[in-house]
Ligand binder design. Structure first.
Ligand SMILES: Nc1nc2c(ncn2[C@@H]2O[C@H](COP(=O)(O)OP(=O)(O)OP(=O)(O)O)[C@@H](O)[C@H]2O)c(=O)[nH]1
Ligand SMILES: [Mg+2]
Ligand SMILES: [Zn+2]
Length: 362
């Protein structure tokens, strides 16, 4: 994204428009506990982390560029997320203070969402160019989690990368050992997505060449890492930044499980990511680490939108003999014919049916 700078007049206009909008709504605009007279000038910032009511804002102003400020947001603003560009004011008149208040949200060019507990679409990161969907041989991917992510990503018109991590744990492709079957299935999954035309990559945090290839691919982009807990999102981000998992001084992302050193004297498996946080890549580009998920239900979408989320199905939408074809066993079904011809994998069609059934139940 071009990092366009706004002049003071533009900043003032955006924040006064949002304040006026807040006054028209039900939300109170007067925020308790803020000494309005102590606020500094309006300036641009970037949200790098969001926890509970508080947000960490990185200053984009020349004199304090890169410094972090712990901020609250005005109550008239919509929910803000990591990656948002905002207008904020520092609080207090003493030098060296590091708190502030966010007064306006600048337009987003994109956002990655996931559903909340009520099935509503909620943003998790904004202004991103790429969603890196991480999976690994361990923990084994849940059911059709990757397809669900892809449906959401297609729906949001974002660019995915399917990343198979922990390749150092992969058995040889020729292995006949029954214990290796599950891991080899994960490798087949990656091939399936590559065959559909998605960007895919195999990496390992222990194989520097693979990380170099990933760094090159993500250079200049803002990428959010998503996926199951324990697949190595935070480890990958630390490795891409050239930081050791244990280096707290360098701001290493928390890595879970029994990683070296970390677990000594502590309960095992406690260091999993709890907040979505943005890190700068040396050179150019930003990486957003997000907490692992247990499951990814989809927010409410219609059957047609679901089908659109399976990219290779698109040429066949509307081509079945019957308008209300359910693509199960109907004669003249274009999708079943495509499966027969090898143009669509049967596993993807059954994944579609599975997700549709769940959507119908909700
Ligand atoms: N063998 C191997 N282990 C890895 C690799 N990458 C990460 N791990 C290990 O996998 C475990 C989980 O890594 P994390 O980076 O915390 O996983 P995460 O996806 O961030 O997990 P959440 O924060 O819970 O979502 C740790 O013990 C890592 O050391 C890899 O490439 N190979
Ligand atoms: Mg993590
Ligand atoms: Zn059909």
């Amino acid at each position: 994204m071009a990092k366009r700078r706004l002049n003071q007049q533009q900043l003032r206009r955006i924040s006064s428009q949002q304040t006026a909008r807040g006054k028209r709504g039900d939300e109170p605009v007067a925020d308790a506990g803020i000494d309005e007279s102590s606020l500094g000038p309006e300036q641009e910032g970037l949200i790098v982390c969001h926890y509970g009511q508080q947000l960490d804002v990185e200053s984009l102003s020349p004199d304090t560029r890169g410094q972090l400020f712990r901020c609250h947001q005005r109550s008239n603003l919509p929910p803000l997320v990591t990656g948002d560009r905002i207008i904020w004011q520092s609080e207090g008149d003493s030098t060296g203070n590091s708190t502030g208040i966010i007064v306006a949200l600048l337009p987003r060019h994109s956002a990655m969402s996931r559903p909340n507990a009520r099935g509503e679409q909620r943003s998790i990161a904004a202004n991103i160019d790429r969603v890196v969907v991480v999976f690994a041989p361990v923990p084994e991917p849940f059911g059709n989690l990757l397809d669900r992510y892809l449906v959401a990503i297609e729906h949001l018109r974002l660019k995915p990368l399917l990343l198979l991590n922990k390749c150092d744990l992969m058995p040889a492709e020729t292995s006949q050992d029954a214990d290796d079957a599950a891991a080899l299935k994960v490798s087949d999954l990656l091939k399936l997505y590559a065959g559909i035309g998605y960007d895919t990559l195999r990496v390992s945090c222990h194989q520097p060449d693979s990380i170099d290839a990933l760094r090159e691919l993500l250079s200049g982009e803002t990428a959010v890492f998503v996926g199951q807990s324990g697949v190595g999102k935070s480890s990958l981000i630390n490795t891409l930044r050239g930081i050791d998992d244990d280096d707290n001084d360098a701001g290493a992302a928390d890595v879970g499980g029994l990683s070296k050193g970390r677990a000594i004297g502590r309960e095992k498996g406690t260091h999993t990511t709890t907040a979505t946080r943005l890190y700068h890549l040396p050179g150019s580009g930003d990486l957003v680490d997000s907490p692992g998920i247990r499951e990814f239900g989809l927010w409410h979408i219609e059957a047609e939108q679901l089908m659109y989320g399976f990219v290779e199905f698109r040429p066949y939408i509307g081509q079945c003999r019957f308008r209300d074809c359910r693509h199960q066993q109907e004669p003249g079904c274009a999708l079943l014919a495509a499966v027969k011809q090898g143009k669509i994998k049967a596993s993807r069609l059954s994944s579609y049916h599975h997700i549709l059934q769940e959507l119908d139940r909700n």
